[in-house]
Design a protein around this ligand. Structure first.
Ligand code: SF4
Length: 252
């Protein structure tokens, strides 16, 4: 395999160290700036655009990531998130490839929206995907994110072909997702998938609303309350059980 191109230029807003929730073990989180989606519940609108200040090379990034290697241990590593990291496919690929060359575990936190011709390469250097499901039906998906759903299906198919392990993450917004009909649809969607190691429901929160003032934008979900944590956990339990039920029915 060709060595990674460490002079590839990309845009990274910040690194967070000692992350414990975005993948296994202790991780450094690399926030790649830029996102073509406009999720109504986005609490990082400041990440939508890239900035010249974010400019870096793979070499510079990986040299920083390597410093934290002693903390990664057996299970930790680097999580690439955004924005939407697939928005910088060449940089993402080269950066993850360079991590693999350095023996660093790679996680990709993504909606699956990107350029399908780049998916194979990126998935070949991805150890684990945190896959954000933002809806299941095209019209609702577009209303929620501003982009069509089809590309995300292609991404998921490719991830299945390549046997990449997946943790599914689903934000639950009151009035949009907090119903058991949606949980049933999700169960039907998730049950046939392979390599699903975890299913997590995340309650919508209103932190980040102030960031919309900073970019002179009205908050799209103004007035929508934060999602109740306990109800979200009940829904998560229900969803996991339904997925198991469907899988068991299909085996018997
Ligand atoms: S994909 Fe993430 S960063 Fe982009 S709009 Fe949606 S929530 Fe915000």
């Amino acid at each position: 395999m060709k060595l990674s191109n460490r002079q590839q230029i990309g845009y990274v807003r910040k690194l967070e160290t000692m992350g414990m929730v975005d993948g296994p073990g202790i991780r450094t989180i690399a926030f790649l700036s830029g996102c073509p989606l406009r999720c109504l519940f986005c609490h990082n609108p400041d990440m939508w655009k890239t900035d010249e200040k974010d400019k870096t090379t793979v070499d510079e990034l990986v040299n920083k990531l390597k410093r934290y290697k002693p903390y990664y241990g057996e299970t930790g590593g680097v999580t690439f998130c955004g924005g939407e990291p697939l928005n910088q496919p060449d940089f993402l690929y080269e950066a993850m490839k360079a991590c693999k060359e350095e023996g660093i575990h790679t996680v990709l936190d993504t909606s699956g929206f990107g350029r399908p011709d780049k998916f194979d390469d990126i998935l070949s250097v991805t150890d684990l995907i945190l896959y954000d499901i933002k809806g299941l039906e095209d019209k609702k998906y577009r209303d929620m994110t501003g982009v069509p759903i089809e590309t995300t299906h292609i991404f998921l198919e490719k991830a299945q072909e390549k046997n990449v392990t997946i943790w599914i993450r689903i934000v639950i917004v009151p009035g949009y997702h907090d119903n058991y009909e949606y949980m049933d649809d999700l169960a039907e969607y998730i049950a046939p998938l392979n390599n699903i190691e975890r299913i997590e429901l995340l309650p919508y929160h209103t932190m980040g609303v102030n960031k919309y003032d900073d970019i002179n934008m009205e908050y799209p979900l103004d007035g929508v309350p934060a999602m109740n944590h306990d109800i979200t956990m009940e829904m998560q339990e229900y969803l996991i059980q339904e997925v198991e039920k469907i899988r068991n029915t299909n085996i018997n």
